[in-house]
Design a protein. Structure first.
Length: 226
């Protein structure tokens, strides 16, 4: 993506839309767009490319569940529509796939690396970027790299399997996306999509840690470092 297109995408992401549920306006980067399909079904449009009247819901599992339970989509569509029971899980899967695709694109462009040694090397070299850690990775290994990250943002909403898929590996717990150079815009886009996904990934008390440059969302179960 060219710098001009990246700037246009960032500007579009910050334009505001109103949530059907909360009735509050917020930057569209924090909401999910939906449209009504030809059959009257509610269709998630996470890429914001589908034609038709769009209606928006905050990127949050509980908020979207409320929209489904209270049948609020008709308000946005201006006609009767139906939302299936699996809509929340489908949106989460689409957002996860979008994150994985962006990460794979960053890898192909040379802006992303994986593996403990390569990530540590990037952090110790002071390269600007985003630290990635598997939500189900072992806490001790994640903590060591997080300490090296300093004020760099940490994205921890993807599982080890999802990270591995993006990097074409069998097992990946640690990754790093460089925000400098030609592919730097991908790091920002990944952060925005990870923020949206974070609203759908289930967390229990004590699982959210604050990072000076962004939120770090912890996973539930330990996985050996790799």
């Amino acid at each position: 993506m060219s710098r001009r297109r990246e700037a246009a995408a960032a500007e579009a992401a910050e334009s505001e839309r109103r949530c059907l549920v909360t009735r509050e306006s917020a930057p569209r980067s924090g909401l999910v767009r939906f449209v009504a399909g030809p059959d009257g079904s509610v269709v998630p449009d996470v890429d914001e490319r589908l034609p038709g009247r769009g209606f928006w819901v905050t990127a949050d599992r509980a908020v979207l569940r409320t929209a489904v339970a209270r049948r609020l989509f008709g308000r946005g569509a201006k006609r009767p529509v139906t939302a299936d029971d699996g809509l929340v899980e489908r949106v989460e899967a689409l957002l996860a796939r979008r994150c994985v695709e962006l990460l794979a694109l960053a890898r192909r462009s040379g802006a992303a690396v994986a593996g403990l040694a390569k990530v540590r090397q990037a952090l110790e070299a002071g390269r600007p970027g985003v630290l990635l850690e598997a939500s189900d990775g072992a806490e001790d290994g994640r903590a060591r790299l997080r300490a090296l990250a300093g004020d760099r943002p940490v994205v921890a909403v993807l599982t080890a399997a999802e990270l591995a898929g993006a990097f074409g590996r069998e097992h990946t717990v640690h990754g790093f996306v460089d925000s400098g150079g030609p592919g730097g815009g991908l790091a920002d886009r990944l952060r925005r999509e990870a923020d949206r996904l974070g609203g759908f990934r289930v967390m229990t008390p004590g699982q959210r840690l604050e990072n000076p440059a962004g939120a770090c969302i912890e996973g539930a179960g330990p996985l050996m470092d790799g």
